[in-house]
Design a protein around this ligand. Structure first.
Ligand code: MLT
Ligand code: ZN
Length: 457
């Protein structure tokens, strides 16, 4: 392999001053947001165009050096940081956005555009973007496509793959594939956007995406409902999904999570008494949906209490009780984050059994459960564990597999879950994954230490 000096010199020829070697600046690119995954690199490169991205990939290929593509560095499974000394390829400078095709309701966004900027652009044109998540101010289009980001609105609009009408990306060979026309019906062969989406930077580096927009809804209502059990809350969630076409989000959290959020943020609980389980429900429509939500709530059993908000700031406050879980848990030290989906029929039993499963393996650890009740995705966060002790991960992921669930709902496999991929994918599927990887990235330059288990394992 080439020396660090040669790597730096050759990459400097491609991106010039956008090559970073300063240790202090590099630090924010080599450690993930949770602090659990940290690595090292000889350089961070910040290309400003697709041609430069292709130049970086070609150079790395020629020198036999691996790279890790990185967007907003909001990933939670160690898939976007250089755990094995890879070059960091930051896509944040690819900021081109629009123009919006107001007839089709589509736009093309560069990989470095943040989700918040995308929301603003869509809103300004009278549309909306269907995906939303708590890290919206940092998460980028490229990262969201690479990980097929889900978030809070999946039950209504689907995941990132469902928004994706076209893609521009650089393959591991250095060639650029671009199909950004945005035709909704377009059956002309393999669907590369669908394949690259969710491939976690292992097949191609995303440089731009053609995205569909959804109608903007001028009226919104958010409610938090309290329940005695997880089962009751999940029954309510099924009932809302069945009866409310304007349902946009249905999120679950527990009394322990709310208590932690309140103690970290200084917010007061929205309820005068604590309750075991909470469901946050958001409705969005062309007319005020508050009445429809109240009627649907009346027909639900075991509701202990409800708070409702229609104005922007109170709605944001209610959302904060749910969205601040991530940062609140992080104050306890880097958590182990297991982001899993269960068949809806098993979700309540799984949530009941997880804390005991964790306790049996690590009695001093604490389990935090919250997530997207509407689509079966629960976030199992465990604090108080050493970062590299993965016995709890093993126990929980095996429990997920026993219930017929998936070991990754939305965060991806990254580095954190590679060794358990076989719990969700057959040996034949993993062989097919490797064949695709070899075809699009023959020299294994692109994120070789993420997603696929090491060869031979
Ligand atoms: C969430 O739903 O809040 C995110 O997926 C982040 C997390 O799991 O911490
Ligand atoms: Zn989530």
């Amino acid at each position: 392999m080439a020396s660090s000096r040669v790597i730096v010199d050759r990459l400097h020829e491609v991106v010039g001053p956008q090559l970073i070697v300063d240790r202090d600046v590099i630090a924010s690119y080599t450690t993930d947001w949770t602090g659990r995954f940290g690595g090292h690199t000889v350089a961070v490169v910040r290309p400003g165009s697709t041609e430069q991205v292709a130049g970086v990939v070609l150079t790395c290929r020629e020198l036999g050096v691996a790279l890790v593509p990185q967007g907003g560095n909001t990933g939670l499974v160690g898939g976007g940081v250089p755990l094995h000394g890879e070059v960091v390829l930051s896509l944040r400078r690819l900021q081109s956005l629009g123009p919006i095709d107001a007839l089709a309701g589509q736009l093309t966004a560069g990989a470095g555009v943040t989700l918040s900027a995308l929301h603003r652009a869509a809103r300004a044109a009278g549309w909306a973007y269907g995906v939303d998540l708590a890290s919206r101010d940092s998460a980028t289009v490229g990262g969201m496509v690479a990980t097929n980001a889900g978030g809070t609105h999946v039950l209504r609009y689907g995941d990132t793959r469902a928004q994706l009408l076209g893609l521009e990306a650089v393959l591991g060979t250095g060639s650029v594939v671009s199909h950004l026309g945005g035709l909704v019906k377009d059956n002309t062969g393999y669907h590369l956007p669908g394949l690259v989406c969710g491939s976690e930077g292992t097949l191609a580096v995303v440089t731009a995406a053609r995205l569909r927009l959804v109608p903007a809804m001028p009226f919104r209502t958010v409610a938090v409902l309290a329940f005695p059990t997880v089962s009751d809350a999940l029954d309510a969630s099924v009932s809302f999904r069945r009866s409310l076409p304007a349902l946009e989000a249905c999120e679950l959290f527990l009394s322990s999570g709310l208590e932690l959020v309140c103690s970290v943020t200084g917010m007061r609980s929205p309820f005068s008494d604590p309750h075991p389980v909470y469901l946050l429900v958001e409705m969005a429509d062309h007319a005020d949906p508050t009445e429809a939500l109240a009627l649907a709530t009346d027909s639900i059993d075991h509701v202990l209490d409800v708070v409702v908000a229609t104005d922007l700031s109170r709605r944001a406050e209610l959302w904060r009780y749910r969205e601040a879980h991530t940062e609140a848990i992080n104050t306890l030290g880097p958590p182990h984050k297991l982001d899993v989906t269960l068949p809806l029929g098993s979700l309540a039993e799984f949530i009941d059994r997880v804390p005991e499963t964790v306790r049996m393996i690590a009695p001093a650890a604490r389990t935090w459960l919250f997530g997207h009740a509407g689509d079966g995705n629960v976030h199992v966060n465990v604090s108080g564990l050493p970062p590299d002790d993965d016995q709890v991960d093993d126990g929980v992921l095996r429990l997920v597999a026993d219930f017929g669930g998936s070991i990754s709902a939305e965060h991806g496999i990254g580095a954190a879950k590679r060794r358990w991929l076989h719990l969700s994918r057959t040996a034949d599927e993993i062989r097919a994954f490797r064949t695709l990887k070899r075809a699009l990235d023959p020299d294994g330059v692109l994120n070789p230490n993420a997603l696929l288990p090491p060869d031979g394992s």
